[in-house]
Every structure is written in structure tokens, then in C-alpha cells.
Design a protein around this ligand. Sequence first.
Ligand code: MTE
Length: 305
Amino acid sequence: MLIRHRPDLTDNDVTDRGLYLRRREFIAGAAGLGLAGLGGVASAAPLAFTKGFSTTEKPTPKNDITSYNNFYEFGVDKGDPAQNAGKLKTRPWTVRVDGACEAPRTFDIDELIKNKLEERIYRLRCVEGWSMVIPWVGFPLKDLIAAVKPTSKARFVAFETLMRPSEMTGQRWDVLQWPYREGLRIDEAVHPLTLIAVGLYGETLPNQNGAPLRLVVPWKYGFKSIKSITRISLVERQPPTAWNLSAPREYGFYSNVNPAVDHPRWSQATERRIGEFRRRDTLAFNGYGEWVADLYRGMDLKRNF
Ligand code: MTE
């Protein structure tokens, strides 16, 4: 299903498009997602950040983005999700947003998709050492959070993937503790870069990429970007996360892309961009430091890896 027509992009188009989206975001700001309770929360504040949010790098071909995946609910090999995720029924689909908030609510995916969506072309860096450039379509997570009116106890956000072993056949094996879970600190979650993606390349998300909705946190290793979400909870304490539970010394809660902190079993200094031969240098915060480094001021990023 087509969400929005996507013209072929050149670098110049992307820049122009970025300007267009910024204006659009500004106009859309007060209305946000059109969700009750948003008020003016999301209005002018993000403008300073939105400059240059989309990279002008060439997007990875769609065929690579949709055939080289990590989605352990459908198998552990890169080709498994494309082969097996077709079984997943993505309708009906609801997302419960609850916890430390005044207006907990269950959202229907079709209601969310009808709201204002933007294209964001982001780099994705997997902890395994490969990367892609993906033209997502979605909306800022902060709009969803604002809609449920968080209380002061909302210090972290916990996310959960669907648990349905009849369709997610990988869940029949104990490769991870299911359901897949992830978490962010609240300031990371409401950062304007943090996206809920419902599409890529202008169309609804293919199942293997996390349909019908997934998180995208471009300055963190890809495993933080949890797929096929059914629950988002505002919580007081740092929530448990799937990869951290499985191997705490290898996968930290923060998992900001950091070329200076190696994985215990491999270097994180370089990466292989899918489609390229030569490895390229990995950038701190995956190149988004200008916008997010302040979130971690004073923190020891080697200890809080
Ligand atoms: N979400 C769930 N539910 N299950 C997973 O196995 N894999 C993560 C992340 N989100 C994963 C997940 C990892 S390791 C990466 S690198 C990205 O999804 C990959 O996203 P992509 O396949 O769309 O590129």
C-alpha cells in the first residue's frame, strides 16, 4: 500500500525536500499528529533541531533494505525475515501507550497512519558492523508520548514487540527472552530525531522491517530500534531490554554508536555500508552528535556503553 508518492531523489532534491519538510513540520507542529492532548507541546521547539535531519547520502537500494535484515522473531539469518515475515498479520493492530501518564490510550495503527507523516532519511548502523541509509516515513515519537500526558514519574520509556509464536516462528526458540523489549531514557524518547516509522521508500513498512510500526533511533546501534511494537510504557526505572538481558557485557542499555568503544568481540571503529566494498569510519553517535551529544554531557560513555 502506498503511503505517499516519493519522487526520485537527487542530492539537491533531498536538500529541497528537507526544507519542505521543515516548513511542514513547523506548520504541523501545533497540530502534531492530530492526537488529543497534544496542544502546542510540539510546536516551535523542534525547529532548531530539524535542520539537516535527513542525510543527503544516497539511500541504500530498497531491495537491500528489505532482504538483509535482523528480526529474530523470524529467524537468525539475514535472509530469514524476508522469507518468513509474510506470515505476520499486521491488521488489526493496536499499540497500548500507558504507565506514568494522565491519559493512557490504545491507538489503532490505521488511526496513526492517517496522521501527518514525514520522510526522514537516516543512517542505520548495526552493532554487527554494517550500515545502510534508509528513507523512513513516520512521525516523531514525542508526539505519541505527549498525547498521553506523561507525569513527572515518566523517566524512561519501555517498548515491547508483539508476542505471537504461531506467526513469529522464531519465538518458539529461546534465542532471546521474548517478547523483544527495548528502552530509552525519556529525554532520548522525546528527542525530535527519534521516530516511529510506519513506512520506507514511501510505502508501508514491509513486515521484515518491523510492520506495522517500529522505532528508529538513528544515533544508537540498530538493535535499539525495536520492530512491530504493541506496547509503549512510561516508567520510573530503567527497563530491562532484550539484548542486554541476553549478554549484558556486550550490549549496554545506552548503545550509542561509538567508534571508541569496541564490542568485546570486534572493533566498532569502522563499518561496511551495504553496497560498498571499502569499509568506512564509524562516526560518534552515528554522525548525529551535533544534535544528541548534549543528552550525555558529563556521562562516562565507556562505562555507560
Ligand atoms: N526488533 C525486534 N523485535 N527483533 C529483532 O530481532 N533486530 C534489531 C532491530 N529491531 C530486531 C529488532 C537489529 S539487531 C537491527 S540491526 C535492526 O532491527 C534491523 O532493522 P532492519 O532489518 O529494518 O534493517
